[in-house]
Unconditional design. Structure first.
Length: 393
């Protein structure tokens, strides 16, 4: 993809700037922020706006309130955390649009910030309602897109506003495009992709797009189970996503025709009711009452060996239920095999990022994307509406 016109070229001083960020952070049981990485990722762009004298209006969403106000999904704790990170107050407009938001925006001085309340409280946000887009655009004079995790959605705050104001890519979006383009624009070979996690149907388009492009695709997690069962492998009582037989057969046949190697688990770690310790068995010998939760040691060695030969590695999804210590070993072992190795090493997806940080192995990657679905669609080669609307550099 061609580079997009960047925020560094924008005439910022004294201008009211709408900046769309991805502050869809996980919350804990008490409504506090459980992980603030997405907030911190936006700081370089926000600092640039402040340094250049912009009057910055922050746009974000949180959760899926379905177009209705939900106090549990208010951005108030996010505004407090952002205020702390920036070292300056970031007042929150209680309504995303309306008199209060207009008044706060009019009172901004150069270098100051404000934030709008959760955009998804408004039913027109996710439908890209023209009236809502116009109301939002009325608040600013320029628009900066820095929410890479939302650019695959044609929403009022990602597309509608950008169509109505001079628009620019933020620093985070620019970096995402640079890094992810290394996977799409003639990646260094051998090119290996690790695909895991639990959203099985969502990963099939990615797998199909990699055939003939990737040298090797290593499949773990729940997405491996339909491939194993299609080959006649017994997985005991392990839940297997249904209705995917035709797609699995097409991908398997396509991989053979395209010369892309598919690596599946040869052994699995499982748990059995009433037993405290997990067991290990060859993939076809999982006991009838047992449920698989991780790749086994033989698979770990095979996956590490494949990645050691790779000049480019793209990782999406953990190889087991890493949040449970007894099923974290596979992801940890294969992650650690990437540490200190040369070449391009990129991870994408919320679970991939959480696993890398939770296991203390974020350093295994040169870049961890902030996008989940957006990163996958970019790597698949699909057009992302929130990027398509931005002018090229």
């Amino acid at each position: 993809m061609l580079p997009k016109r960047g925020v560094a070229s924008a005439p910022l001083k004294g201008r009211r700037v709408l900046v769309r960020v991805d502050f869809n952070v996980p919350l804990d049981d008490r409504g506090g922020i459980a992980d603030d990485r997405r907030i911190l990722e936006a700081i370089p762009t926000l600092d640039l706006l402040r340094t250049h004298g912009a009057k910055t209006i922050v746009l974000a969403h949180l959760g899926r309130p379905g177009g209705r106000r939900d106090p549990k999904l208010s951005l108030r704790p996010v505004a407090r955390r952002l205020s702390s990170a920036l070292g300056t107050p970031v007042p929150l407009a209680d309504e995303p649009v309306g008199v209060r938001a207009l008044d706060l925006a009019a009172r901004l001085e150069n270098g100051q910030f404000m934030m709008l309340e959760n955009l998804r409280f408004l039913p027109g946000e996710e439908t890209n309602d023209p009236g809502l887009a116009a109301q939002l655009a009325r608040l600013g004079e320029l628009f900066v897109e820095d929410a890479f995790g939302a650019v695959h959605r044609a929403h009022a705050s990602t597309v509608g506003v950008a169509q109505r104001l001079p628009s620019f890519a933020g620093l985070l979006v620019e970096r995402e495009l640079r890094e992810l383009s290394r996977l799409t624009d003639r990646p260094a070979v051998p090119y290996s992709v690790v695909v895991g996690g639990g959203k099985v149907a969502d990963k099939l388009p990615l797998l199909a797009s990699l055939l003939g492009r990737a040298s090797t695709v290593l499949i773990g997690g729940a997405i491996a189970y339909p491939f194993l069962t299609a080959a006649g492998t017994r997985l005991g009582a392990t839940p297997v996503a249904s209705g995917l037989d035709d797609a699995v057969r097409e991908i398997t046949a396509g991989a053979r025709a395209a010369g892309t190697e598919l690596l599946l688990p040869s052994d699995l770690v499982y748990e059995r009711p009433g037993e405290a310790e997990p067991g290990i068995a060859a993939s076809g010998n999982v006991p009838p009452e047992a449920v698989a939760g991780d790749i086994g040691p033989d698979t770990q060695r095979a996956f590490r060996a494949a990645l050691e030969r790779s000049a480019t590695v793209f990782w999406n999804g953990p190889l087991g239920r890493f949040e449970l210590p007894r099923f974290a070993g596979g992801t940890r072992a294969v992650f650690s095999g990437l540490e200190g190795r040369p070449g391009v090493r990129i991870a994408a997806g919320g679970d991939s990022a959480r696993a890398a940080y939770a296991l203390g192995l974020a350093g295994a990657f040169g870049f961890i994307s902030t996008g989940g679905g957006a990163a996958l669609e970019f790597v698949e080669g699909r057009e992302l509406p929130g990027l398509a609307v931005l002018p090229d550099a």
